[in-house]
Design a binder for this molecule. Structure first.
Ligand SMILES: O=C[C@H](O)COP(=O)(O)O
Length: 252
């Protein structure tokens, strides 16, 4: 099945107005090289309106949302707020949210349900094992548990993307080999098809974890790796444009 290539920049708590202008310009100049790739940028929420003011070569995403619609939740952002600021995509369950900010499986399921219930949004569910879990041979069990808990109440997958991000590869310079990544992507694809039937074959699957310009092509050549969720390299315009260009090859 042909799935559109997708590359998402996760700036985490990095970037500034100057980098918005710099990356936006680099992407505009090179757009012909990644014409069939959907490119999404998830900046810190305060930079969403700055991105919104740029010529529209990218779609915008939020790095997280609160599970409540409004109320006394100091420091948090609702789905409605990030939509006003231009976001149409939301990352859910990033390992940094799971590890450092108390996002339990139950909370992730609530957030995901909220995003998928709003037809203006696409949700990107992040899953992945730690180094210890991989050493114990628990990779598939961990990923399966994350998928089944997050998607327990979900019955349709039309606006769902799954990002496999082995925790040991995030920001470490250690990348899963293309074969290691494909093995887990294949497992996720099979799981999605079991749950959602043929619609599971259309879900875009992203790999994240130290993707750079020099390893993107070999990762994106794998059957079930439809693109990448890019952290550090998305802060370097030349690198990020090269990664988007590498993803174009999936359409050729
Ligand atoms: O969301 C992005 C991932 O955490 C990957 O980050 P990284 O490319 O810096 O390893």
């Amino acid at each position: 099945m042909q799935r559109q290539p997708l590359v998402i920049a996760n700036w985490k708590m990095n970037g500034n107005r100057a980098l918005v202008a710099e990356l936006s310009e680099a992407l505009q100049q090179q757009q012909a090289h990644y014409a069939d790739v959907t490119v999404v940028v998830c900046p810190p929420a305060v930079l969403l309106p700055v991105w919104q003011a740029q010529p529209g070569v990218v779609a915008l995403g939020a790095q997280d949302v609160n599970e409540h619609a409004d109320g006394a939740h100091t420091g948090e952002h609702s789905l409605a707020l990030v939509h006003e600021a231009g976001a149409q995509w939301v990352l859910i369950g990033h390992s940094e949210r799971r590890q450092c900010y108390g996002d339990s499986e139950a909370r992730i399921a609530q957030k995901l349900g909220q995003v998928l219930a709003d037809s203006r949004f696409t949700a990107v569910l992040c899953v992945g094992e730690s180094a210890e879990q991989r050493e114990q041979g628990a990779t598939f069990a961990v990923v399966e548990a994350q998928l089944s808990e997050a998607l327990a109440q979900v019955s349709a997958c039309e606006r769902l993307v799954v990002a496999y991000e082995p925790v040991w590869a995030i920001g470490t310079g250690l990348t899963a080999s293309p074969a290691q990544a494909q093995e887990v992507h294949g497992f996720i694809r099979h799981w999605l098809q079991e749950k959602f039937g043929s619609a599971g074959a259309a879900v875009q699957l992203l790999y994240g974890g130290s993707v750079k310009a020099d390893n993107a092509s070999e990762l994106f050549a794998e059957a079930d790796i439809d693109g990448g969720l890019i952290g550090g390299a998305s802060l370097q315009p030349e690198q990020f444009v090269a990664i988007c260009t590498a993803a174009q090859a999936r359409s050729n």
